[in-house]
Design a protein around this ligand. Structure first.
Ligand code: NAP
Length: 539
């Protein structure tokens, strides 16, 4: 027997909890199904040393409750993983969310019944739910890559994946020989912290990437009071910025600005903005010559931090424009390589051949390790969405539908899959934005659409095929205006062998995207077929 509810939400991370709060307070019976034994999504899994958010704490927090905004006190400009997990658990308690969350519940299948206009959602353990709407809040970076190298099973030390960090014990690095494979944000964040503890640390780098200093610091009482006194303005500024981070770019082209003035602007951005450096001028991510001014500046800054000339060269990113692969925001990453106990292994020159019982062998040398950490990233954007068997109209699965890459209307809904909605999915600003802000925008918009359906006795909401085609074309058009397509990256499926090469996020910006959502709603949800299931008539 399936339990009947109005809405099933899959995933108890930030988006899932916000969706639960909102839909439940509108009177919908709502349940959240979460595969893990605890809430928190990625923040529950990525517990590696040094893990923290690279969006400022005051922006990477919920806006839906003014009381919550005022009560919660962030301790640092960029919150650590434990603090973020405390926050999300506080929210769950503060708003009594846990009673509608089923933990340790892995959704294996969701199947649409066109006759009733309802979904049957099946968990792996046999339980089932019968829901009008299914909302997938599965995250974009929640399926880690299971990277392996030959001989791994013979390694006598410990192997740890950064996104499956052990929860039951502290990992003690003192006196240990440690390897980190991967130099994305995860590797970059953990390197300085582990270097301080380990006897020896080797960082295996395949591609050097750009990184901007976090300029992290404790939040003073004065700063806290200042933000809280103007929180509404801050939220509005974030909503009206391209990335949802509140930065509004200099409206000039980087090329138009005299060199001295440009350098000063970059220096200010370097010292304060972190991720926002990419928005120092309006066209850094749009124009190659403008980007080159930013890329050159960052390369010089990296070089200043690294003493050894050979290392300096290896750590300097080359051959792709800044920002076209997701840059990191770091706390002392490059300077860590000046330490005597830290070495860089350039595996683009000397690839890893295999593990040995005592460590790793590359084409040039053998290294001994006690602990090897994989920080090799995720099956981004679609990895988690394609895990359950999602069966829409006429028995078509989402895997079939997306076999050549994800398609959707607004990144929210898929033709052939009525009443199924995706939060911060491919085709929406997603990882090119502050994902928490983008989640809240989409959930508020969905809430209004559900209200519209309820008020008009509509039971089935489906993105039309035409709207889907137009949206995919629009996403691609906007991507072509940018430099993103110049570089293979997880933005376009290059992180997984065999994955379709499709540009995944919407690059038109948070503000522009919101205007499109608003226009769609104002037009009575244009691009969606709204139907009464009992009569099967379009409205
Ligand atoms: P990532 O950015 O995808 O980086 C993966 C790294 O592993 C890259 O250096 C990659 O090299 C390397 N790699 C992949 N497969 C490999 C293999 N088989 N052998 C050797 N090296 C391999 O992953 P991530 O660092 O986990 O970060 C993912 C994303 O999560 C970030 O971009 C960010 O959006 C998010 N994140 C955010 C935060 C934060 O908020 N502060 C923190 C961590 C992560 P190539 O570059 O050559 O492919």
């Amino acid at each position: 027997m399936a339990e009947k509810v109005d809405i099933v939400i899959v995933g108890a991370g930030f988006a899932g909890l916000r969706a639960l709060y909102t839909f439940r307070s509108m009177g919908y019976s709502t349940i959240v199904l979460e595969r893990d034994e605890a809430i928190g999504g990625v923040w529950n899994f990525n517990r590696y040393p040094g893990a923290r958010c690279d969006v400022e704490s005051y922006d990477y927090s919920y806006r839906f409750s003014h009381e919550l905004e005022q009560e919660w006190r962030w301790s640092e400009r960029y919150a650590t993983q434990p603090e973020i997990l405390r926050y999300i658990n506080h929210v769950a308690d503060r708003f009594d969310l846990r009673r509608d969350i089923e933990l340790s519940t892995l959704v294996s299948e969701a199947r649409y019944d066109s006759e009733t206009g309802r979904w049957r959602v099946q968990a792996q353990d046999g339980r089932a739910w019968d829901a009008q709407y299914v909302v997938l809040a599965l995250g974009q970076l929640s399926t880690p890559k299971d990277t392996t190298y030959p001989g791994q099973e013979r390694f006598e030390g410990e192997i740890i994946y950064s996104a499956k960090w052990p929860r039951d014990r502290e990992i003690d690095f003192s006196g240990k020989r440690v390897a980190i494979i991967g130099t994305g944000s995860s590797g970059v964040q953990m390197t300085p912290v582990i270097a301080e503890q380990a006897a020896h640390l080797a960082v295996f780098q395949r591609t050097a990437n750009y990184s901007i200093p976090a300029a992290n610091a404790p939040v003073s009482d004065r700063e806290d009071a200042e933000v809280k006194a103007h929180y509404r303005e801050r939220r509005e500024q974030a909503r009206n910025s391209p990335s949802g981070l509140g930065f509004v770019p200099d409206s000039r082209s980087a090329r138009e600005v005299p060199e001295e003035e440009r350098e000063e602007a970059y220096e200010r951005a370097w010292n304060r903005l972190g991720f926002g450096f990419a928005l120092a001028f309006k066209d850094i991510l749009l124009d190659e010559a403008s980007n080159a001014t930013a890329s050159d500046f960052i390369r010089r800054k990296i070089a200043e931090q690294v003493e050894d000339p050979v290392l300096r060269d290896k750590l300097t990113p080359k051959g792709f424009p800044f920002g076209t692969r997701r840059p990191s925001v770091d706390s002392g990453y490059f300077r860590t390589f000046n330490r005597p106990n830290v070495e860089l292994v350039d595996i683009s020159e000397t690839p890893i051949e295999s593990f040995t019982p005592t460590g790793i062998r590359t084409s040039a040398a053998e290294y001994a390790f006690d602990i090897v950490i994989y920080a090799t990233g995720f099956d981004a954007f679609t990895g988690s969405l394609l895990k359950p068997e999602i069966v829409g109209k006429d028995g078509v699965t989402l895997q079939d539908k997306w076999s050549a890459g994800p398609v959707s209307h607004l990144g929210i809904a898929v033709n052939g899959f009525p009443n199924l909605f995706i939060i911060v999915g491919p085709g929406s600003p997603s990882l090119l934005s502050n994902v928490l802000l983008s989640s809240e925008e989409q959930i508020d918009w969905l809430a209004e659409m559900f209200e519209h359906a309820r008020a008009n006795d509509i039971q089935e909401i489906e993105a039309t095929a035409d709207a889907e085609r137009e949206w995919v074309a629009h996403v691609n058009e906007r991507a072509k205006e940018t430099l993103y397509l110049k570089t293979p990256s997880y933005y376009m499926g290059a992180e997984m062998p065999g994955k379709p090469r499709v540009f995944m996020p919407y690059s038109g910006g948070v503000r522009y995207y919101r205007r499109i959502l608003e226009k769609t709603a104002a037009e009575g949800y244009s691009g969606f077929a709204l139907r009464r299931v009992r009569e099967k008539t379009a409205i």
